[in-house]
Design a protein around this ligand. Sequence first.
Ligand code: ADP
Ligand code: MG
Length: 610
Amino acid sequence: MKAPSFITLVKRFVAGYKTYVGLNFLFNILSTVFSLFSFALIIPILNILFRIETQVYTYAPINWNDLAGSLKNNAYWWMQQFISEHGGVATLALLGGFLVVMTMLKTGSAYLASYYIIPLRSGVVRDLRQKLYDKIVDLNLGFFHHHKKGDIMSRMTADVGEVEASIMSSIEMLTKNPIMIIIYFGVLLWLSWKLTLFVLIVLPFAGTLMGKVGKSLKRKSQLAQTQSGQLLAQIEETLGGLRVVKAFNAENDVMRRFDQMNNDLRKTTNSMQRRNMLAHPMSEFLGTATIAIVLVFGGMVILDGNSTLDASSFIYYLIIFYSIINPAKDLSKAWYSIEKGRASLERIDAILAASNPLKIVDNPIPIKPFNSKIEFKNVWFKYEDQWVLKNINLTVEKGKTIALVGQSGSGKSTLVDLLPRFYDVQQGEILIDGINIKDMALYDVRKQMGNVNQEAILFNDTIANNITFGTKGATQEDIESAAKIANAHDFIVATEDGYETNIGDRGERLSGGQRQRLSIARAILKNPPILILDEATSALDTESEKLVQGALEHLMKTRTTIVIAHRLSTIRNADEICVLNEGEIVERGKHDELIAQNGIYKKLCDMQSF
Ligand code: ADP
Ligand code: MG
């Protein structure tokens, strides 16, 4: 792992949870210190059991220059007193009691350390999820033309889960283990610096070996997450298109494709997890090998006779050394794990870093209620390379109805999508009451508009909640009167629970006409001064089209409307009809004028009168 990126990782996750991290640190230190004390009790216990201690200690006042030495001296003195008064067994029992208490303090502190790290773990994961969700809600529509829905979902769920499982579950190791290792090493140095220096020469070999494996793990993990994203995308697509899959007898094709992707993922997972599993046995082996080396080397020093280390201290040394092995092992595992998780984090960051091309002005011009006109001035627009709209000039006076007609693909939907700034124009400008919409707050622009599109977009919720979607503070009367104007009230009360009926995914439990009337009721309730109708009736049968058309006419009466209609009879009375062809307005005028011109409009009308 590269150090700088590791530091940014920690900074990024720890910011906002500093108190927890602080407490975690504190208790980890306490826990380590307590464990040292509990191990230290081993020395006198061994000495008593094997009657090794021959020296007679006498009480000496504390010597601050050799604090440890004089504490040790007095402890031994006190213990010898205790042994001679109460006997060896009682002393052992006393030491055993100490051991229990120390261990309790140690494990208690360890628990508290974990206790305080948990809110950090869960908090970071929550923050990630929230940031991702906020981001996708905020991103402009263009982003989603380039990214599969399933892949985005996979990043929001699987990758966040991976970060939780691998990075966040390792965060604990990152605070606990280094503390333990550093403190233990300090004690080892103090016990015998020679032996410890020797250990320090041996250890890096083991470390390098471990690091090699970690590197390839991240690469594999990245591949696995990409593949599982593709898999989810395929599932998502299949669910959406199951009707077509069946109708075209394409079950086998999609199954084969899925099978292939599924197997690829399995292969990657296999090799990734096998590598992951290496961490444990490898570190155990290397750890034990190092201990064996230390045992031999240390034993040699002691058997030599002239060493400062006595046998029981050497055992204490070995115990501490052995206690380093575990945290070191965990640390290496955590390192592996983090490498794995960083692959997911990168995929998450790719979304978080996506920029929204809609530039939001810092000081938007406050708007007044719409009172004059909407203007498109020399507007040019393209999604990718080709101009989809070319030099559009259009003025919509307040209260008027403007109709856009033209062949499919001529740019009608694109033109009306520019008004609520779903996309920004590349050249020219769009003004509402003389103010460029780019200089207004996005919220203000959209507040003035109501959209009804070809596809009614509804949510899996009750009818009432679908109507009030985005409108605050509507009463039941408001909802019902909106539904009545939209010709929806009658069918709503006929449903099982009336306004409280749940309409299913995207409203699938309603007919197309009913769905559309609900979306009209929603627009009526919002009561916007500007109305955008994009082929609102074209997905409907004649019967429901009449109902919806009636509802729309109510809605249009008092408003400024831009309407795209595929049935030209419905726009006959528009104040102006603009004919779009390949992104240009080629004809404009009232119905009769355009018929008289005998151009494209006349042709379109003739085709429909059949
Ligand atoms: P209409 O509503 O008149 O049928 P559209 O405005 O939907 O036409 O589309 C106009 C042109 O823009 C078409 O050529 C279409 O292929 C293209 N287009 C529409 N949406 C996108 C998009 N998201 N990305 C790229 N091109 C698009
Ligand atoms: Mg369209």
